[in-house]
Design a protein around this ligand. Structure first.
Ligand SMILES: NC(=O)c1ccc[n+]([C@@H]2O[C@H](COP(=O)([O-])OP(=O)(O)OC[C@H]3O[C@@H](n4cnc5c(N)ncnc54)[C@H](OP(=O)(O)O)[C@@H]3O)[C@@H](O)[C@H]2O)c1
Length: 335
């Protein structure tokens, strides 16, 4: 197994680039068979992405977690396993809906403390392990104070079922409130060259010593330059940035950035990941891929140093583009 340089998410040491497993469940980026999915996970671990991000909400009946469980079998101590909860609402429990904007409509969670232990026990069974390294509520529950959800995870930490608390898709205020109840090691937020992170969230994370995990660091594939259309059944069809006309406009708008990558002798996807890693030593991207060659290409970005002049050139180019199709806001609105 190769080892990547490491980074610290609070008190948790992880490889500088992790692996986002969502891409391996049906209904996201199209179909992917079990054997291909398992091979991708094993390839990621073998090549150093020994920090895997999953959720009980990816695929039906814990599909994604069960895949991860199969892949870590026999090497559990080599891999940092992060998972999330809240979407598998138990029968009889209320669904707490919230808007996510674009054509995704609404999502529903339930993160009431009384259900959290059950979620964790189900995830532990799916993952075939006796401890979750990093456990996040997937989205804050609009009907439950974040302190209460954090407190429920703190009990699991006390009982040894979970090592560390993470938060996903939260505001700066929610991070601060949860952290006051129990230390948060990582905050997970969408962050890439075409989706700036909330500056207030970043400032709060840094003040509190909380690491930042960037989800969709390749802009759901767009920033690799390879996505020219999205097929039926691909969840990106719900995102106006990927409509036929907007995708073409966006592809043109990012020509300069692809040129910068070419000048550096790296791929556009590697530039996107290296740029994110240069946003701070506390940032860990978790790209997803079904393709061994892509996985290796992505992990190589952990070794790419970008000169300050290059970063300035990239940032100047980013200031000039405004992605067609709008930006989803944390509250489900669109800018
Ligand atoms: N907390 C949350 O709410 C949340 C939300 C979304 C995602 N996430 C996490 O973030 C992870 C990553 O996000 P994501 O999967 O949405 O987006 P992403 O990692 O930005 O992009 C994934 C897409 O990029 C393609 N790709 C990857 N490497 C490539 C390469 N080198 N060249 C060309 N194409 C490449 C993949 O296709 P191939 O398979 O063909 O390589 C896939 O279609 C997820 O797996 C999940 O764990 C969390």
């Amino acid at each position: 197994m190769n080892h990547l340089p490491t980074r610290e998410l609070g008190r948790l040491e992880v490889p500088a680039i992790g692996f986002g497993a969502m891409v391996l469940s049906p209904g996201m980026y199209g179909e992917v068979g079990e054997e291909r999915a398992l091979a991708a996970l094993r390839h990621a671990f073998d090549n150093g992405a020994a920090f895997v991000d999953t959720s009980d909400g990816y695929g039906d009946e814990g599909h994604n977690e069960r895949l991860v469980g199969r892949a870590v079998k026999g090497r559990r101590d080599e891999v940092v396993v992060a998972t999330k909860f809240g979407f598998r609402i138990p029968e009889g429990a209320e669904a707490h809906t919230f808007p996510v904007g674009f054509a995704f409509g609404e999502l529903a969670v339930n993160a009431e403390p009384r259900y959290v232990r059950g979620y964790a026990e189900a995830s532990l069974r799916n993952l075939g392990t006796d401890v979750i390294d990093l456990y996040y509520p997937h989205f804050p529950d609009p009907r439950v104070p974040i302190e209460d959800t954090a407190g429920a995870v703190a009990e699991l930490v006390g009982d040894g079922l979970v090592r560390f608390l993470g938060l996903s898709n939260v505001t700066a205020g929610q991070l601060r409130r949860a952290h006051a109840v129990h230390p948060v090691e990582a905050v997970q937020t969408e962050w890439s060259m075409w989706r700036p992170a909330d500056p207030e969230l970043l400032a709060t994370a840094r003040e509190l010593g909380v690491g930042v995990v960037g989800w969709s660091p390749l802009g759901a594939g767009f920033l690799t330059g390879n996505v020219r259309q999205v097929a039926d059944g691909d969840f990106r069809q719900n995102n106006p940035r990927f409509s036929e006309a907007n995708l073409a406009a966006n592809h043109d708008a990012y020509t300069a950035l692809r040129g910068t990558a070419a000048d550096l002798g790296i791929t556009p996807g590697q530039l996107a990941l290296a740029w994110l890693l240069h946003q701070g030593p506390d940032v860990v991207p978790i790209p997803g891929s079904r393709t061994p060659a892509h996985i290796e290409e992505n992990l190589h970005a952990a070794y790419i140093g970008l000169h300050p002049d290059t970063l300035e050139r990239v940032d100047a180019a980013l200031r000039r583009v405004r992605p067609a199709g709008g930006t989803l806001l944390q509250d489900g609105g669109v800018r």
